[in-house]
Design a protein. Structure first.
Length: 142
């Protein structure tokens, strides 16, 4: 298998519409930007502890409710429960819902799938986002 280089990634134009795709994903899934980017990081880590989560949050805005919010809304799930004798802490992973969202974002970045824009409301910011989404969908060189 050939190793990817920076020029290979640049030719793919993966980050060309990243901001619009991120805004769409956050808006349609009730996440904020820091939550989504943290979930992308945790998905790359695969299995993690609560301490790993805390380590991952150092580069994001402070939100002491983030862990509980992501856990309760189903973005993070317990992979292995602690048993107080041999396993002293829970091990977590991102949920299937999270993996599907991240995979969908990658497919949109690669141009394999278009972003839906019908679920957006009609306030000013949603109209601007909808226009940007339509522009991204029209761009066949993504």
């Amino acid at each position: 298998m050939r190793k990817l280089t920076s020029s290979d990634l640049r030719e793919l134009n993966l980050l060309k519409h990243y901001r619009i795709i991120r805004k769409w994903a956050c808006k349609t899934n009730n996440l904020n930007d820091a939550d989504l980017e943290l979930l992308i990081y945790l998905e790359a880590v695969n299995l993690f502890t609560k301490q790993d989560f805390k380590t991952g949050t150092y580069s994001y805005s402070w939100d002491n409710r983030r862990w509980n919010r992501l856990l309760k809304s189903g973005w993070i799930v317990v992979w292995r429960e602690r048993n107080r004798t041999t396993q002293k802490y829970n091990i977590y992973k991102v949920s299937t819902k999270c993996k599907q969202l991240i995979s969908r974002m990658y497919r949109i970045m690669l141009g394999e799938e278009d972003m839906p824009s019908k679920r957006l409301k009609s306030n000013y910011m949603d109209v601007v986002l909808k226009t940007s989404i339509n522009n991204v969908n029209k761009d066949k060189t993504r």
